[in-house]
Each structure stands twice: as structure tokens, then as C-alpha cells.
Design a protein. Structure first.
Length: 188
């Protein structure tokens, strides 16, 4: 049997784990359109730089970008700190930022804020480059999992402290291509 089942049944098996539907793709698209409308409003005439955090945010930032009607630019960074279903708590350096962000309005776009440790680190490293402003947007936010004080400016969905996959988020490399968000079944 394949290690990744992506058929029309509602439950998804990814390797040894079972995931059930949590947020539908229609709801995600609707919410992203609303976030884009907010950015169109807040950043009119400001030419913001969106900084997508790879790999998880690629689908989110792609959909968001399609609905931005203002002048805006996009770049991607990579930070890896997470293995399997538990946060390692170890945060590495930002890699991949080629352009100068000095004096620019920037929006970091993440897939999920869990403990907040990754975002705190990213925020600190980018802030040291003196952008004009630096805001945080995340598709998913687990407020109960936060371990550091963090102001998240734009949130797609606040979710429970449970492990999710889909829409760019993976379990052990798989599941990113699911068009909705799925949550780990409690008996998994
Ligand atoms: P934090 O540093 O906030 O604890 O974790 C941030 C990173 O951990 C996210 O960018 C993501 O890669 C990963 N992560 C946190 N929670 C989840 C989750 O529920 N599912 C998946 N697939 N990744 C998660």
C-alpha cells in the first residue's frame, strides 16, 4: 500500500498516521481573499515586500499573492526547525534572503505559528536589517502553544493545539499537496 493515500474518502493516511478534515479548501480560499483585501487596504501605495517562509508557506503565499492588487514584491526564506510531530525547539539561521530590506515595509508570511520560537528568531534577524516596518502574517495560529510573547498581525485561522497537515504543511515530508487542512486523529 502507498505510504500516502490521497483518495476521495475523507480520512487521509500519511505513513503511520491518520488525519481527518479540519478546514476545507473553500474556507481557506475565502479567508485568504479577506486577508489579501486587508493587505490591499493597509499597504496601498507602499509596495510591501512579502517574505514567504519555505517550505510550508508556499501554497498560502501563492494564493495570497494572486489576490493582491497593489504594487508588491515577493521573496522567500528558509528556516528549518521542526521534525516529525513535535517541535524540536531548535531554530536555525535564515537563509536565502538576497535583497536588502532596509527601509522597506515587509510582511513575513508563515504557514503556522506554534510555539512562536521560529517566528521570534526570524523577526529578530530581519529587524536587525532595519526594515521600514515588519509585520507577521500566518495562515494558522495555535495561541495555546505559544511559548514566547509574539504579536501576530494577520491570522488566517486560530486553531487548537493539535498537529495538522495539508495546504503546504507536511508530516515527514508528505501531505503538503492536500488542498484542505487535516488534523491528526486523536487515537493516532
Ligand atoms: P514554532 O517555532 O512556532 O513552534 O513552529 C513553527 C514551525 O513548526 C512551522 O513553520 C511548521 O513548519 C512547524 N509546525 C508547527 N506546528 C505544526 C503542525 O501542526 N503541523 C505541521 N505540519 N507543522 C507544524
Amino acid at each position: 500500500m502507498d505510504s500516502f493515500t490521497n483518495d476521495s474518502s475523507t480520512m487521509k493516511q500519511i505513513r503511520d498516521k491518520h488525519f481527518v478534515p479540519y478546514i476545507t479548501s473553500d474556507k481557506i480560499t475565502e479567508r485568504i481573499k479577506a486577508l489579501a483585501a486587508q493587505i490591499n487596504e493597509d499597504y496601498k501605495g507602499k509596495n510591501p515586500l512579502l517574505i514567504g517562509v519555505l517550505n510550508g508557506a508556499f501554497m498560502f503565499v501563492g494564493e495570497l499573492f494572486k489576490h493582491l492588487e497593489i504594487d508588491c514584491e515577493i521573496t522567500f526564506i528558509r528556516v528549518s526547525s521542526y521534525h516529525s510531530t513535535e517541535s524540536s525547539g531548535q531554530v536555525k539561521q535564515i537563509i536565502g534572503l538576497k535583497e536588502s530590506i532596509q527601509g522597506r515595509p515587509c510582511i513575513i508570511v508563515e504557514d503556522i505559528v506554534d510555539t512562536g520560537l521560529t517566528m521570534q528568531e526570524v523577526l529578530g534577524q530581519l529587524a536587525s536589517q532595519k526594515p521600514d516596518s515588519l509585520k507577521i502574517m500566518t495562515l494558522l495560529h495555535k495561541p495555546d502553544a505559544l511559548k514566547v510573547p509574539l504579536k501576530v498581525d494577520y491570522v488566517g485561522f486560530e486553531i487548537e493545539n493539535r498537529f495538522v497537515v495539508g495546504y503546504g504543511l507536511d508530516y515527514d515530508g508528505l501531505g503538503r499537496n492536500l488542498d484542505g487542512i487535516y488534523v491528526l486523529r486523536s487515537d493516532s
